[in-house]
Design a protein around this ligand. Structure first.
Ligand code: F6R
Ligand code: MG
Ligand code: MG
Length: 365
């Protein structure tokens, strides 16, 4: 049997430069050094370190499968080393996403976001790693639905016999701690009923009907881990492309529509998700608006050939312009909903503290 390769994307915000807008080069250098050693000693086949906004992104290939303790430990140690550097420079929120003192086998539930998949490399293996800042994992629901279930987005669903069967969606209820698999197109309306509620139901994985993995997303919600607001989840997503999976262009197409997501300023505001080239992934206006980058790789014998900066295309200029217009429109609402999140969502912010102060002043009516 052909050997399987695992692609692991693990990320954390371990310190912002300046504020929460971007990352200092030293953190990237520290991470590269750590992963380089792991590549030299054979633990990793290959790696690429990058960032979106203030999030440090470790993209790694190896042969140890998903949820592998050593790989997660390596990521944890890398974030610790980068935190040391962030502390030295007194960068903002140094170590903020590392919610635990000690590593205990799996990095999930400890703060960092994780998306992984294991597969047999195809004759040619194009993948896209999407990485977002100032938003939460529900931000992937609309684009994943579009890529794998919407024939108005993905022409292959209609005209490619290898896609015509449709796909299966593994959806997690992050509040109910349950998951369900729904099959499209047959159960499209059931799927939409759930995933339209982006803060509760999140698409975690997408499979072809023969069981082949197509997409994997991080679904870690920091506020649910910590029980309070400690920064935004800033999720990652891996999508395999071409030959029976969405074409690269079909996987990118949903982002031509900058849909509204949660996570802008203090994690407490809605804003448009703006697709940007790597060099523009520095959310500064009102700490945003939320950003997404797309790093394209050819995986060749486990090696990461790339990345190609896939939103570095003038064809996405209109999406960026629209995002700015939507941004202006929403900003004009100031502290009013629906720019500001609804009360339920503010539960995990500093808002309850302020509400407490007023508690005794409410008179019965
Ligand atoms: C961070 C974020 C930022 C901060 C804001 C206030 O993910 O979204 O908008 O919430 O800059 O940060 P503090 O409270 O640390 O001053
Ligand atoms: Mg930050
Ligand atoms: Mg961030």
């Amino acid at each position: 049997m052909a050997e399987k390769i695992t692609l692991s994307v693990i990320k954390a915000d371990v310190g912002g430069y300046v504020g929460h807008s971007s990352i200092h080069q030293n953190l990237i250098d520290v991470a590269k050094e750590k992963l380089s050693k792991a590549k030299d000693n054979g633990m990793l086949v290959d790696f690429h370190v990058t960032r979106v906004g203030d999030d440090l992104e470790l993209i790694m290939t190896h042969e140890r499968g998903v949820d592998n303790e050593e790989i997660h430990q390596l990521a944890w140690d890398t974030f610790l080393a980068a935190t040391e550097e962030a502390k030295k420079l007194k960068l903002y929120g140094a170590g903020q996403d590392l919610l635990s003192d000690a590593f205990s086998g799996n990095i999930k539930g400890m703060g960092p976001g994780v998306a992984e998949m294991e597969f047999v490399e195809r004759k040619s293996e194009p993948v896209i790693v999407f990485m977002a800042d100032k938003t939460s994992p529900g931000a992937w629901n609309l684009p994943l639905y579009s890529m794998f279930a919407n024939p108005f987005n993905t022409a292959g669903l209609v005209i490619d016999p290898t896609m015509h069967e449709g796909f299966q969606f593994d959806v997690v209820d992050v509040y109910g701690h349950k998951a369900i698999t729904l099959s499209c197109p047959e159960e499209m309306y059931d799927l939409l009923m759930l995933i339209g509620a982006m803060r509760r139901f999140m698409i975690r994985r997408v499979y072809r009907k023969d069981g082949e993995i197509c997409a994997s997303a991080s679904t870690q919600k920091l506020s649910l881990i910590a029980g309070r607001y400690v920064g935004k989840d800033d999720p990652v997503l891996i999508v395999r492309c071409q030959s029976g999976m969405p074409a690269v262009g079909e996987a990118l197409e949903p982002f031509a529509f900058p849909h509204i997501v949660e996570g802008w300023m203090r994690g407490s505001h809605h804003g448009p998700l703006m697709p940007v080239p790597f060099y523009e992934a520095n959310p500064s206006r009102f700490d945003g608006p939320p950003r997404v980058i797309a790093a394209g790789f050819q995986i060749t014998n486990g090696h990461l050939i790339g990345p190609r900066d896939l939103f570095d295309d003038p064809a996405f200029d209109r999406a960026r312009q629209l995002a700015n217009e939507i941004g202006d429109y929403l900003r004009a609402h100031g502290p009013f909903e629906p720019h500001r999140l609804g009360l339920d969502d503010l539960e995990y912010t500093t808002m309850p503290q302020l509400m407490k102060k007023l508690e005794n002043r409410f008179k019965e009516e």
